[in-house]
Structures are given as structure tokens and as C-alpha cells.
Ligand binder design. Structure first.
Ligand code: HEC
Ligand code: HEC
Length: 390
């Protein structure tokens, strides 16, 4: 009886918020849906040189790098980032030589005046091709209370489990959530940086152009008047991302290949248990709940994330271009939702499979990785199926 009652209770818990990849959150009102549709069109619209694209940039629209398997997804086009790391001075992004993101395309008018694509900045010690993650579900991420993120941080590893996640903070002291180094606390902040640095479009708070490797732009290289977008445009792009639902879990990725749906469901259940047992969930935290909100789509919603949004030292093998205040081997825990839609893994896409990505974990994740390495082949298969279903 008691067990039955427990089960009935479990069934009445609110389900996770999720949707088909690229779909809007459930329960948006009409005005929010209108903004979602308008923002989506803007996200996928190419900007023209006359509107301010460039003079140096990487792509002419957000959707070029966030389009797989749908608008708002991950991207196959990497960007090149570079930084200088010195054990004494720490990390610098070489802003006087053009900054950490290389802009690799030059508009026609600027090229005619001799402007060159950016080269690796002078003094850089690390460069990497950085992959674009999906932006699905990030509005829910923005709506998690700060306290829920901070209480998982353990920078001095006081519980001695070998895992010492730490929060990154922005200049205003807010907890960072966005970007591979958790360098942005707000979606609005990330969106502004993306449009400025990936597309060369100036904004009201940053009305001057990026300089190619820090060199001045010749007169006439950019004729659009600054700022090249207004605040309303930034807000519309931000709302589109805010209203994107996290991707739905795949029911039974292993069914069909000689296995029934029941076999596959059992595999997923076993895989989830082993994931927990290996300590993966200490960093890849499965579930979060948003704070209370006047907007039903964001009001105390449970959603799957599989990240703690904290920085972890992943060991020298995974070192990459850092930003001030981080070390090259520190990364924000990658979200694992939507893994089944992907074919390249880790920040630079170096892992061709989920299995390779796990085997490349080091640093704080070494004990977890070693447990995975020692799994019997059937258990390993179940974990991988579980990860693909996320
Ligand atoms: C040339 C490719 C490219 C273009 C164009 C681009 N992005 Fe990105 N985007 C990336 C990469 C690479 C990252 C990861 C960078 C990092 O985390 O430091 C990223 C990360 C993001 C994130 C943070 C995701 C997270 O997990 O925290 C958001 C939000 C985002 N982009 C929005 C946009 C918007 C909005 C536009 C258009 C204004 C845009 N991007 C254009 C490549 C691109
Ligand atoms: C100490 C924290 C930590 C632990 C423990 C951990 N991970 Fe990770 N995981 C990360 C970080 C950080 C990244 C991103 C690394 C990068 O991009 O270079 C990551 C990336 C991944 C990726 C690639 C995701 C992507 O988007 O490319 C997979 C898959 C993954 N982890 C699975 C696992 C599994 C399975 C376990 C348990 C065996 C595990 N992780 C244990 C922190 C951790």
C-alpha cells in the first residue's frame, strides 16, 4: 500500500520542462510567442555590410554557428581563440593585439583598404578551435537562484571527495552561468558580446569597432554609423534564446538493433545508476528548479541540465585558451542534455565519440574516468546509451 501511494505521488510531480529541439518553452503567452518567432527570424537573418557587419567578423548571422539539428542548436563551424598564460601573471587575453577571439573574415570595402584577417595575436601561448554549444534551455538556466549554484561550490574541497568546483563571477559580482568558462552572468551580456565579436556589430554600450590585431582601421573601412544595433534588437535576440526549451530526452536510443523497447528502457535505468555510481553526477548535476516567477514558463520549473555550471580543473590534457581569473585547464561542466544530437565532443571537438570524451577527462574527474575505464563492456554500453538518450 505504502509503496503504491509513493508511486502515485511520484506520478503527480510536475514533469520536466522540455520540448523538441528548437521548440519554444511550454506555456509562453501570445506576446512571448510573438517575440520568440521574431527573435528566431533575427537570429537566422544575415546582416549586411551596410547595416554594420564587420569590418572584421566570423559569420554574418547567429544561426551560422548555432543550427544543428535546428536553429538554436550547436555548430560545426569552430572559432579560433587564443590567450597567453604565464604561471606568475596568470591569463591575459591580449586585447592590445586584437583580443582572444580571432575575426577571420574581412568585408569587401575593408579588404580593398588593406585590412587583413586576424592572425594569432603576438605573445599568445595557447590557441584552440572552440566549438559552439547549443543555446537550448538557457532561459531556464538564467532563472535558477544563485544560491542553488553557490551551495554546490567547494573551492577548497572541504568534503575531500577530490572535486572542488568553484563559481566564476562577473565584474558586478554575479555568478557566471554562460560561456565555457562561465564568464557571463546574464544572457543579455553574452548576446551582446556575440554580436560584437562574431559579427563585428557595435552596440549602444560598446559603440567602437574591434581593431584587427589591435591595429587602427583605415578611414572608410566601415561606413555604418555606430551603434549598429539598438537595445531593442539585443533584447529580441536575448528573448529568443530565453524562450527556447531544453531538448527532450530520447526514449530508447538502443531499441530496434535486435533489442526491444523494454530491454532498452532497462539499459537506460541501469546506465543512469552507473553514471551516479561513478560520481559523474557530482559535476553533471541532473536537475535544477527555477525560482518563483510571474511568468508561468519560468515559475518553479524543473528541468534537466546535467551540469553544475561551476569551473573544474580537468587536467593539462584538456588545457585551452583561458580568460583572466581562470587557468587553462579549468572549464565549466558541459551540459549533457542533447548529446544524442551531437557528433563531436569537448570544448574543441577533439573527441569523435561520447566514449572518447569521457576517457579524456582528467584533473578532478580522474577517479570518475578511471571507474568508467574499468566498467565491464555491458555496463559501459548501458552508460553510453543513457548518455545518448539525454
Ligand atoms: C562564428 C560562430 C558563432 C556565431 C556567429 C555566434 N556564436 Fe554563439 N557561440 C559560439 C561559440 C564558439 C561559443 C562558445 C564560446 C564560449 O563559451 O566561450 C558560443 C556560445 C554562445 C552562447 C553561450 C552558450 C552557453 O553554453 O553558455 C550564447 C548564448 C550564444 N553563443 C549566442 C549567440 C548569439 C545570440 C549569436 C548572434 C548574435 C551568436 N551566438 C553567434 C560561436 C558563434
Ligand atoms: C570534476 C567534474 C566532472 C566529472 C566528475 C565528470 N565530468 Fe564530464 N565534463 C566535465 C567538464 C568540465 C566537461 C567539459 C570539458 C571540455 O569541454 O573540455 C565535461 C564534458 C563531458 C562530456 C562531453 C560533453 C560535450 O558537450 O562535449 C561528456 C560526454 C561527459 N563529460 C561525461 C561524463 C561522464 C560519463 C562522467 C562520469 C564517468 C563525467 N563526465 C564526469 C566535468 C566533469
Amino acid at each position: 500500500m505504502a509503496a503504491g501511494a509513493g508511486l502515485a505521488f511520484a506520478c503527480t510531480l510536475p514533469p520536466y520542462t522540455e520540448g523538441e529541439p528548437g521548440a519554444p518553452l511550454p506555456d509562453l503567452d501570445e506576446e512571448q510567442l510573438r517575440r520568440f518567432a521574431e527573435g528566431q527570424a533575427l537570429f537566422n537573418r544575415p546582416f549586411a555590410v551596410a547595416e554594420g557587419l564587420g569590418p572584421i567578423f566570423n559569420q554574418d548571422r547567429c544561426g551560422s554557428c548555432h543550427d544543428l539539428p535546428t536553429s538554436g542548436g550547436h555548430g560545426a563551424e569552430p572559432v579560433v581563440k587564443a590567450a597567453r598564460f604565464d604561471p606568475v601573471e596568470g591569463c591575459t587575453t591580449l586585447s592590445e593585439h586584437g583580443g582572444d577571439l580571432l575575426q577571420q573574415i574581412v568585408t569587401e570595402p575593408a579588404r580593398a583598404l588593406g585590412v587583413q584577417p586576424e592572425q594569432t595575436p603576438e605573445g599568445a601561448t595557447i590557441t584552440a578551435d572552440i566549438r559552439a554549444p547549443a543555446v537550448y534551455g538557457l532561459g531556464l538556466v538564467a532563472a535558477v537562484p544563485e544560491a542553488d549554484l553557490l551551495r554546490r561550490a567547494d573551492p577548497d574541497d572541504t568534503d575531500a571527495d577530490g572535486i572542488s568546483g568553484r563559481a566564476n563571477f562577473d565584474a558586478d559580482g554575479r555568478v557566471g552561468r554562460f560561456g565555457r568558462r562561465a564568464q557571463h552572468a546574464t544572457l543579455r551580456g553574452f548576446v551582446e558580446e556575440a554580436i560584437r565579436l562574431e559579427m563585428g556589430i557595435t552596440t549602444p554600450s560598446r559603440p567602437s569597432e574591434e581593431l584587427p590585431n589591435g591595429r587602427p582601421l583605415p578611414e572608410g573601412a566601415d561606413l555604418a554609423s555606430d551603434p549598429e544595433v539598438d537595445e531593442a534588437t539585443l533584447q529580441l535576440l536575448t528573448d529568443y534564446i530565453r524562450f527556447l526549451a531544453p531538448p527532450r530526452a530520447l526514449a530508447a536510443p538502443g531499441a530496434g538493433e535486435g533489442r526491444t523497447t523494454t530491454d532498452a528502457a532497462r539499459d537506460l535505468e541501469e546506465g543512469a545508476k552507473i553514471f551516479d555510481f561513478m560520481g559523474c553526477a557530482k559535476c553533471h548535476v541532473p536537475l535544477f528548479t527555477t525560482a518563483a516567477s510571474g511568468s508561468p514558463s519560468f515559475d518553479r520549473r524543473r528541468f534537466r541540465l546535467y551540469s553544475d555550471l561551476l569551473l573544474h580543473d580537468m587536467g593539462p590534457e584538456l588545457a585551452g585558451p583561458c580568460i583572466p581569473g581562470t587557468s587553462p585547464s579549468e572549464w565549466k561542466t558541459a551540459r549533457l542534455v542533447g548529446l544524442g544530437h551531437r557528433f563531436e565532443f569537448l570544448h574543441d571537438g577533439r573527441a569523435p565519440s561520447i566514449e572518447d570524451a569521457i576517457l579524456l577527462h582528467g584533473g578532478e574527474a580522474t577517479p570518475s574516468r578511471d571507474l568508467f575505464r574499468r566498467l565491464a563492456s555491458d555496463a559501459r554500453r548501458q552508460v553510453l546509451l543513457f548518455l545518448q538518450s539525454l
